[in-house]
Write a protein that binds this ligand. Sequence first.
Ligand code: BG6
Ligand code: MG
Length: 216
Amino acid sequence: MRKGFIFDLDGVITDTAKYHYLAWKDLAESIGITIDLVFNEQLKGISRMDSLDRILAFGGKSDDFSQAEKEQMAKKKNDHYVRLLEDLTPADLLPGVKEFMAQAKAKEVPCALASASKNAPVILEKLGVLEDFRYIVDPDSLAKGKPDPEIFLKAAEALAITPQEAVGFEDAQAGIDAINGAGMYAVGVIEEGPLTGADELVHRLDELDIEQLLMK
Ligand code: BG6
Ligand code: MG
């Protein structure tokens, strides 16, 4: 019996993944590295600094920059990303999210957010769904990022449920691996492409029957 829902943000609640990609692509170009959408899959669910490290490794430039330079680059990427978020409104919720959250609320199923993004609270506010989340994990409080299960375990603890009572929702492989590592029921949300290890795959959240999901 499931008692709580734990959501990833980028790619599950809203399509901010495309803005992360644009901002990283721009930053990478500025230092002579070209990334594409295939490579970008590896950045999903990964923290800001770890994403930068992966881009530098991809371009063979891991040892070319000091820590201070890397922090400057990460800031530049984030400033660009935050500018791209400016016009975000409730219309940018992914299809089915509003309906699914309303059903969860009606059934009094507590929801938490397990996103690696430090921008998550601002994004939820702009989308008009901040109040729907009882708890948002602070990524700065984590020792390890996804695929480590820590972020999902923290969210379950905050909801006062066991991992076995939680359902996790993810669009990224690192996230599905984290949910599985936590011992939760994993729902993969994808348009297309591979995502392995999920208990169930959907294109949009309102394809799910909440009653059935709670019985898993
Ligand atoms: C995750 C995204 O949700 O957040 C990653 O999937 C991103 O692509 C990470 O790097 C960190 O986000 P932010 O907003 O703190 O840079
Ligand atoms: Mg995601």
